[in-house]
Design a protein around this ligand. Structure first.
Ligand code: FAD
Length: 378
């Protein structure tokens, strides 16, 4: 059993939400312990397109994605399952960087700022006498005044907390490949096929991210990813061309299943939830990473106000977190849920794409409704 040192904040999960909070709070002089189950660097299933709304904030924390190869992206191309194309500019734009690189750079920065990091799987978070006890699989127990739950879209802790969404089967599956070859680095493409879509954009090292999400029902009819791609994904001609003209740089695609967009409580037994652990937006909106970083900015600013005495007690902090979280993200999640539900029906999906083709000016409107304004700097 390790130390009885009490931290001001323990962060459970070192993805974008956890790492950004760790940097922000450590820079404010807080004592932070970050517990992440996996070693860095590691790949993640993700489209790796991040909205520019978080860029000034990241840069104010001393993290400049362009210093490690991010690609600036300003244009959007959509192709429908029937191979019709629509183009648009992206109102705020974004950048492409792999999670392998971005998360690792954030991790190194968090350590540099004095955050203590450990590779441990958290198995339990208890709250008693105004103190948290965080237990890990290695048999260690750590104490803190606050805990941030930044353990992502699906974790062993969701079961432990008996969260509703984890009790239901979720119909989505995600697959990611990095490839080398030609692709316009200023654009992100969303190529649709029956039951899903594939995002395509460039990241550092001139690699192309090919990441698709599909409903599990249509996927399981096929005997392998290769078979599924050949018979379903490649019905989209743009995807067939991209996959045939590029070479994969991973030995095999990486996959995740059971992706849920159900709503989740933002606070669990006084633990403040951030990023996907508080609510996940449909990846088609291209804003999950932005939301993870934005929620980290929100919770860190409120915790800073608590430690500086501007917020008087835990109860007030929790109330402010809930109301600010809802104000910032509720509308985006609502739109994201609507989009996810359209994708459950082929009829509605086709209707939606016909509508988008007829009125392409609605694309920037949809983007504005699923994204936020530029974040304040730290
Ligand atoms: C197919 C797909 C494509 C996507 N494409 C995009 C895109 O192009 N643009 C975009 O903005 N968003 C995209 N997203 C969404 C984006 O990936 C997420 O919103 C983002 O990763 C959320 O960050 P997070 O920090 O909340 O969670 P994560 O990045 O998932 O981090 C959670 C961390 O917690 C750790 N963890 C979990 N349980 C424990 C535990 N018990 N103990 C210790 N550690 C633990 C995990 O190992 C993980 O590192 C996509 C998502 C999917 C599924």
């Amino acid at each position: 059993m390790e130390s009885t040192q009490k931290f001001e904040v323990i962060i459970v999960g070192g993805g974008l939400a956890g790492l950004t909070s760790a940097i922000h709070l450590a820079q404010q002089g807080r004592s932070i312990l970050l517990l992440e189950k996996d070693e860095f660097p590691r790949h993640k299933v993700c489209g790796e397109y991040i909205s520019n709304e978080v860029l000034p904030y990241l840069q104010s924390l001393g993290v400049n994605p362009f210093a490690f190869g991010a690609k600036q992206i300003s244009r959007l191309e959509i192709s429908t399952p029937r191979n019709k194309k629509v183009y648009s500019n992206l109102p705020l734009g974004g950048f492409g960087i792999s999670r392998y690189r971005l998360d690792y750079e954030l991790y190194k920065k968090a350590k540099e700022e004095g955050c203590i990091t450990k590779t441990e799987l958290v198995t339990d978070v208890d709250f008693a006498d105004d103190t948290f006890t965080v237990k890990t699989k290695k048999g260690n127990a750590y104490k803190a005044q606050f805990v941030l739950g930044s353990f992502g879209k699906r974790s062993n802790l969701d079961k432990k907390l008996d969260r509703d969404f984890i009790k239901k089967k979720s119909p989505y599956l995600g697959v990611k490949i990095h490839a080398s070859g030609d692709f316009d680095e200023t654009k992100v493409a969303l190529h649709n096929f029956k039951g899903g879509y594939c995002g395509v954009s460039k990241v550092e090292n001139d690699h192309i991210n090919l990441c698709y999400i599909s409903d599990y029902k249509s996927f399981k009819k096929y005997k392998s990813i290769k078979d599924f791609q050949e018979k379903v994904v490649f019905q989209n001609e743009s995807l067939r061309a991209i996959f045939s003209n590029t070479s994969p740089v991973f030995e095999a695609p990486i996959t995740i299943s059971q992706i849920s967009f159900d709503s989740k409580p933002r606070i669990e037994n006084h633990m403040l939830m951030v990023g996907d652990a508080a609510g996940m937006i449909h990846p088609l909106c291209g804003n999950g990473m932005g939301m993870a970083i934005s929620s980290a900015q929100l919770v860190s600013t409120l915790l800073q106000d608590f430690f500086n005495g501007k917020i008087k007690n835990r109860n007030q902090l929790e109330k402010m977190y809930l109301s600010n979280w809802n104000k910032r993200f509720q509308k985006r999640l609502f739109f994201g849920h609507k989009i996810a539900s359209i994708f459950n029906s082929d009829f509605l999906t086709n209707l939606m794409w016909n509508f988008v083709r007829a009125f392409p000016f609605i694309i920037p409107m949809i983007i504005k409704n699923t994204h936020g304004k530029e974040l304040p700097t730290a």
